[in-house]
Design a protein around this ligand. Structure first.
Ligand code: GLN
Length: 545
């Protein structure tokens, strides 16, 4: 029977609950167990697709086309598995199913109430994720912080599960211990309050992961033990570290894996975290930097720069840099300044490679096009992703094919030369304002053209004659096939095509050291020990520069 580990957060958000969950999973996997992870997002949005990335961070996309929280990406990267719709729960999704069932007389005339029907639906979904993934362990990360009104029903579901199957449930609290400068001491009180709040929900944590700037010492462990009702060995020290990939190794220093197994009365089946330990060694040894500039717009919030919107891209760059034994150095370049004046554009020369990532709407589009033009003309290795590909096509159409008014129907209404146009099925959806979960989402096939950089990148053996890959999508617009001949005549290569609908998925410009752009998002499929082939080749070209 599957075991369930609930992970909730105390004191404040942003302390790394997601990577803690993913790391626990990785450890249990290394001990020979099959693990899956479920993210619970307490907001009412049905999925993350309708949220601005500045607000919520990256929208991660699974193979089956769910627009979900970036933590699902962390789980995939740490566990090296492909997750699905079953691994993502939101308040919106839960209420939607309960209401639909009620409308269909699924409750057979009974009064449908928040408790127990909502937590019951949550439990049903958690168990389904375990069943579908044939998991020995299901990790359930409850988003938000304990004490918030929003996640109460999810804690209630966890409590109800514990009541009915006490031996199969474990609670982990990831909490934060501040070290205020003026005091100079690590404080445990906020964590004590967090545990008390959890206690009022009827839950006692079995393990406390103590996040802090520093390692948690013995006196502090004792204090947490006494006031939070756990033994000192159940307090796991989790200091700030340079790379998130170090976390499983750090947790194992406090023997977290065996501690969990012991609590369930299980023994490890094997012990193999070696590949992971080697990765961490590589990360620490890599000294020579590769300087990558990301030209985007979703990172400025007031006085702070937020990188969360591009998390999968960041990780994909890192995976490939480490593959080449280099140190990733990522710089954030706001695209709007290139729109106002071209004074700054020369700064792009200072980077080994430039990425233009995905995006929506018209803000910053012309600045990105300027950056792409600069990379193309000055032979700077370039990788465009989704919107990055669409804008590369516009740039090429304008400046090489001389279609001066080339544009995308997304950013210029009434555009006469839509080299990027809305997909036919999307027109109706947009006019009816049916935006949620209706883009071209998830995995589609892509046939790779022989003789291209893409073909070499994806090829697993030199004798391979035909390659079809599967990549993840999230878009409404596409390269307009009416302009394809004109683009090809001037040297743009359609290096990847979707065989079913003849859609262009990858473009390359051969008269350049590395100019590639994809309609799909390769970043979603990069894994720390298996970098994505296109990112790998891009970074290789950057190193050459
Ligand atoms: N806005 C573009 C589209 O919808 C690109 C989307 C993206 O970059 N993910 O087609």
């Amino acid at each position: 029977m599957a075991k369930y580990i609930f992970i909730s957060g105390g004191v404040m958000s942003g302390i790394g609950k997601g990577v803690a969950t993913a790391s626990i999973g990785r450890i249990l996997q290394s001990k020979g167990f099959k693990v899956t992870a479920v993210k619970i997002d307490p907001y009412v949005n049905v999925d993350a697709g309708t949220m601005n990335p500045i607000e919520h961070g990256e929208v991660f996309v699974t193979d089956d086309g769910v627009e979900c929280d970036q933590d699902v990406g962390n789980y995939e990267r740490f566990l090296d598995v492909d997750l699905t719709t079953d691994n993502y729960i939101t308040t919106g999704r839960v209420y939607q199913s309960v209401i639909n069932r009620e409308r269909n007389l699924g409750y057979e005339g009974r009064c449908v109430e928040v408790v127990p029907h909502i937590p019951e639906e949550v439990i049903f979904r958690i168990k389904k994720a375990g069943r579908k993934n044939k998991a020995d362990f299901v990790l359930i990360e409850i988003g938000g912080t304990v004490g918030e009104y929003q996640n109460m029903l999810f804690l209630e579901a966890a409590r109800m599960m514990k009541l009915s199957q006490p031996r199969e449930i474990l609670f982990v609290l990831v909490s934060y211990l501040p070290v205020p400068k003026m005091i100079g001491e690590m404080k445990t009180k906020p964590t004590q309050y967090a545990v008390r709040t959890l206690n009022t929900a009827g839950i006692q944590p079995d393990i406390i992961i103590a996040r802090s700037q520093f390692s948690v010492d013995e006196p502090r462990k004792r204090k947490i033990s006494i006031f939070c009702n756990v033994s000192t060995e159940d307090v796991i020290s989790a200091p700030d570290i340079e790379s998130i990939y170090q976390i499983p190794i750090n947790f194992e220093k406090d023997k977290l894996g065996d501690l969990i197994l012991k609590k369930f009365g299980l023994k490890s089946r094997k012990n193999n975290l070696k590949d992971w330990a080697n990765l961490v060694k590589t990360i620490k040894r890599a000294k020579k930097p590769v300087k990558i500039g990301v030209v985007g717009k979703y990172f400025e919030t007031g006085k702070f720069t937020l990188m969360d919107s591009y998390i999968s891209i960041i990780e994909a760059i890192k995976h490939s840099c480490w593959f080449h034994k280099r140190k990733p150095e990522i710089h954030w370049l706001g695209c709007e300044k290139y729109e106002k004046s071209l004074k700054d554009i020369k700064e792009l020369k200072n980077y080994d490679g430039i990425i233009v990532p995905g995006g929506f709407g018209d803000r910053g589009v012309e600045g990105k096009i300027k950056a792409i033009e600069y990379c193309r003309r000055n032979k700077i290795p370039f990788l465009g992703l989704c919107l990055g590909m669409q804008l590369s096509v516009i740039e090429f159409a304008r400046n090489v094919c001389k279609i001066k008014k080339a544009c995308s129907s997304e950013s210029s209404s009434g555009c006469k030369f839509p080299v990027i146009d809305v997909m036919p099925e999307q027109k109706a959806l947009i006019s009816e304002r049916r935006y949620g979960g209706t883009m071209r989402l998830g995995a589609y096939k892509c046939k790779i053209k022989p003789g291209t950089i893409s073909f070499r990148a994806y090829s697993k053996n030199p004798k391979e004659k035909s390659i079809i890959v599967s990549e993840r999508h999230r878009h409404r617009y596409e390269l307009n096939n009416n302009f394809r001949k004109k683009l090809e005549a001037k040297g743009m290569i359609m290096a990847g095509l979707n065989p079913e609908r003849n859609l262009v998925e990858i473009i390359e410009i051969p008269a350049h050291p590395f100019f590639m752009a994809t309609q799909f998002h390769p970043e979603f499929k990069s894994r720390p020990l298996k970098p994505h082939p296109l990112f790998r080749e891009f970074i290789k070209a950057c190193i050459k520069k």
